[in-house]
Design a protein around this ligand. Structure first.
Ligand code: PMP
Length: 432
């Protein structure tokens, strides 16, 4: 596949944009290097690069593009909003209607605030939890990503329940020392950490279905309920980071799939229909910590802007179409079948985790239920897999820790074409 124009543009990019990318995950660093494909246009399930190559897109902008690209509902919402002005700096009916829509879908969202990114949403839920409880520490799960606010850039490091060390230069030890990390899906490690730090914990923060070391669901149907009960026993609040999961698997939250009720939620991605957005919300008495009602400050010039609100509503309206999620899950299942049978036929070991329309293909034999297991999967083989797929016009994220997202506009023909590419790619992988 010819990519000369991508190379030209990426060369130019590096002269002005640090590293040539506006988010590090877009670089090809974790797939052995190379020039990222530079895209110019999207339409339905396809993206087109600067050389005119077409790709079937399973990256979905890292999640938000559940309606594919340039969906008519999204395009007309943006056009209508643009014609009436995109920012007023005052209350608007759109933010009220959108908040009502979200609360109707997820009744736990008794009060909501809109922000501009998932990072902001999570960062603020932590502030609110600290304000409400008067405590400082936060427990998170190893390998879960919650945006790039200082406190959230702390990973597991050394073993279960270790007190965090900063995972990024520029994050101070003081900030890191307030984060307790435990492995996901291990009740005992959680219990130990709660026993050790319980009285100091403001919140337990979790991706209810993990999306950031691949798709990793809770180990059983009781796990999330136990996380909530155990956290509440020590007086900590529970925050679900549903930036990826809300409206991904059904018209609502992941919490609803497990019949559980966290105290606070962070939302983002899909709810913006592709425009910048974040939101947080939850129990009214907790949310009342936030200014102007309470002492915890959070604000935003662009927060709740009419453009994002109207586009987000258009996206959710389209997603409320019954049957859409079943179709996405069915199509994802058939891709997984194709990958598994091609892998088997060619003697390549893979393990697949799938929830609804999202899945991750890991190279290895061991089931992946926590971050450590994900790290042990074969990075080199994934890198080859990624490049071979890309050469056949299939776009996925350039990292073994990400997911394939099947959208509402992938057709059976797209799935068939992808399945054929998978067959060819596993044949090539086996030969190497
Ligand atoms: N939380 C989760 C679970 C995420 O996956 C992400 C982004 N991938 C974020 C928070 C941060 O969102 P944003 O990139 O919009 O700041």
């Amino acid at each position: 596949m010819k990519r000369t124009q991508s190379e030209v543009w990426f060369e130019r990019a590096q002269q002005v944009i640090l590293g040539g990318v506006n988010s590090p995950s877009r670089s090809y660093k974790s797939v052995g290097g190379g020039t990222p494909v530079v895209m110019v246009r999207g339409e339905g399930p396809y993206l087109y690069d600067v050389d005119g190559n077409r790709y079937i897109d399973y990256l979905a902008g890292y999640g938000p593009s559940i309606l594919g690209h340039a969906h008519p509902a999204i395009t007309s919402a943006i056009q209508e909003a643009a014609e009436e002005g995109v920012l007023y700096g005052t209350p608007t009916p759109y933010e009220v209607e959108f908040a009502q829509m979200l609360r109707a879908a997820i009744p736990d969202l008794e009060r909501i605030r809109f922000v501009n990114s998932g990072t902001e949403a999570v960062m603020t839920t932590i502030r609110v939890a600290r304000a409400y409880t008067g405590r400082t520490k936060v427990l998170k799960f190893a390998g879960c990503y919650h945006g790039h606010s200082d406190a959230m850039l702390v990973a597991a490091g050394s073993g279960p329940s270790s007190i965090g060390v900063p995972d990024s230069a520029g994050v101070t030890r003081n900030v890191a020392s307030e984060i307790v990390t435990v492995p996901f899906n291990h009740r005992d490690a959680l219990k130990e950490a709660l026993a050790a730090h319980g009285p100091e914990l403001a919140a337990v923060l979790v991706e209810p279905i993990v999306g950031n070391f691949g798709i990793v669901p809770p180990v059983d149907d009781r796990y999330l309920a136990d996380v909530i009960d155990l956290a509440h026993e020590v007086g900590a609040l529970v925050i679900f980071d549903e930036v990826i999961t809300a409206f991904r698997f059904h018209y609502g939250s992941a919490a609803q799939l497990y019949g559980v009720h966290p105290d606070l939620y962070a939302l983002g991605k899909i709810i913006g229909g592709g425009l910048p957005i974040g939101a947080y919300g939850g129990r009214q008495d907790i949310m009342e910590q936030v200014a102007p009602l309470g002492p915890a400050y959070q604000a935003g010039t662009m927060a709740g802007n009419p453009l994002s609100m109207r586009t987000g509503m258009a996206c959710l309206r389209a997603l409320s179409n019954p049957g859409l999620y079943d179709e996405m899950a069915r199509r994802a299942a058939s891709l997984v079948d194709a990958a598994e049978s091609a892998a088997r036929a060619n003697g390549v070991d893979i393990v697949v985790n799938r929830v609804g329309g999202a899945f991750t293909i890991y190279f290895g034999r061991e089931p992946v239920r926590d971050y450590e297991a994900a790290t042990r999967t074969d990075s080199r083989r994934f890198a080859r897999f990624f490049h071979l797929l890309s050469d056949r016009g299939i776009l996925i994220a350039p990292s073994k820790y990400e997911a394939w997202f099947v959208s509402a506009v992938h057709s059976d023909a797209d799935i068939e074409e992808t399945a054929e590419a998978l067959e060819a790619v596993f044949r090539d992988l086996a030969r190497e």
